[in-house]
Design a protein around this ligand. Structure first.
Ligand code: ATP
Ligand code: LTN
Length: 339
């Protein structure tokens, strides 16, 4: 039996994956692969909670899986799969819905933000964190590596798990811990450093650095990044300096350097223009090999499908038995196998 800690995390195929997703989440998944047992899920059902174009969603789902592989997710070490391929997630969500108080969901910051932006709010948007709780707890995951914005959802998952355990069977669910990285946990938009860099806004030019952007597009986005009227290139908590701080944070997370080393790299800069070009250069260099691997994977769709089919099988082997146990302790009659 494995003694490795089990990790579960997910990412929505809701648009073009950006540097915030990579530094906040994907980087941790890749780095933890050797010492942890990783389950990484492309959460297509979560994406349906806001309107999606079906053709685009299908493309983004496969493209995102290819980006994750190109970023270093190794299918021999990590189970990578598409959420809708494993039916336990939707079923587990229903069962958890029945123990989750409505008020807990109405309080979620992401629900409040996203519902304010929709003309008509679907039930799925409110239920989003319950599906996320099913994702995590069906795998008995100990750790959930995510960016800062997902902390509240993982805390809610803990509450749902504790409530379920209390009602039905103590210690049935493992209560997971969120894992937030020290650097890059919350990248801000280049066009507006007061809002989180987000996939849904990544269609706006100059907002996000998308992992698949061409070098000249990346350089253009950084050159247009909003800063302030000063010249000092230092880390700071001053809200006025949020733009410069965001650029330095990106440089730091990509290069792995300490704050003083980062500041020393820009000690001779003539102004923010040099900072922007300096950050763009390290990002472009960092993304180039990943982009080449992505192209190769997208040119071989059969191999991508094969990897995802194996992932779904491995994921189902863990989550389907857990779902069955859940049903049993909740009092459902389990079907008798016909063979
Ligand atoms: P959407 O805008 O569609 O909600 P998103 O960009 O927030 O998408 P998700 O798929 O919801 O992306 O998130 C995937 C992972 O990336 C999560 O762990 C999330 O915390 C992390 N993440 C998202 N945005 C950022 C960001 N700006 N900085 C750091 N991490 C982020
Ligand atoms: N809500 C998450 C995506 C997600 C997730 C998960 C993350 C769905 N299920 C399980 C961690 C664990 C987001 O990033 N917006």
């Amino acid at each position: 039996m494995t003694t490795k800690k089990r990790v579960f995390s997910g990412i929505q195929p809701s648009g073009n994956i950006h540097l915030g997703n990579y530094l906040g989440a994907v980087k941790q998944w890749v780095e933890g692969q050797d010492e942890k047992e990783n389950f990484i899920c492309v959460v297509d059902l979560h994406s349906l909670t806001v309107p999606q174009d079906p053709v685009e969603l299908r493309f983004q789902t496969r493209s995102l899986a290819a980006v994750l592989l190109a970023s270093g997710i190794d299918p021999d070490k990590t189970t990578l799969f598409i959420q809708s391929h494993v039916t336990a997630h939707a079923e587990g969500c229903w069962l958890l819905n029945c123990v989750t108080p409505l008020g807990w969901l109405q309080r979620m910051t992401q629900f409040k933000d996203k519902s304010a932006k929709q003309e008509s709010v679907g039930m799925g948007l409110l239920d989003y964190p319950v599906l996320q709780a099913a994702d995590i707890m069906l795998y008995d995951a100990h750790e959930v590596p995510v960016g800062e914005d997902q902390k509240q959802h993982v805390e809610l998952c803990r509450d749902i798990g504790q409530r379920f355990n209390h009602i039905y069977e103590e210690e049935f669910f493992i209560i997971p811990e969120p894992k937030i990285p020290q650097d890059g946990a919350r990248l801000m938009g280049l066009d507006d450093p007061t809002v989180k860099m987000s996939k849904s806004l990544a269609y706006t030019r100059g907002h996000a650095v998308r992992l698949l952007d061409e070098p000249k597009e990346i350089l253009r986005s950084f050159k247009k990044a909003v800063t302030d009227s000063g010249r000092e290139i230092r880390f700071s908590d001053d809200p006025e300096k949020a733009g410069v701080n965001n650029l330095l944070g990106i440089y730091k997370a990509v290069t792995g350097k300490a704050n003083d080393e980062v500041e020393a790299d820009f000690a001779n800069a003539r102004g923010y223009g040099d900072l922007k070009v300096g950050v763009a250069e390290v990002v472009i260099e960092f993304l180039a090999p990943m982009q080449a691997r992505y192209k190769a994977l997208m040119d071989d769709p059969a191999e991508l499908d094969r990897i995802l089919a194996i992932g779904a099988e491995q994921a189902a082997a863990v989550s389907m038995p857990k779902l069955r146990q859940m049903k049993e302790i909740m009092g459902l009659v389990l079907p008798v196998s016909s063979d």
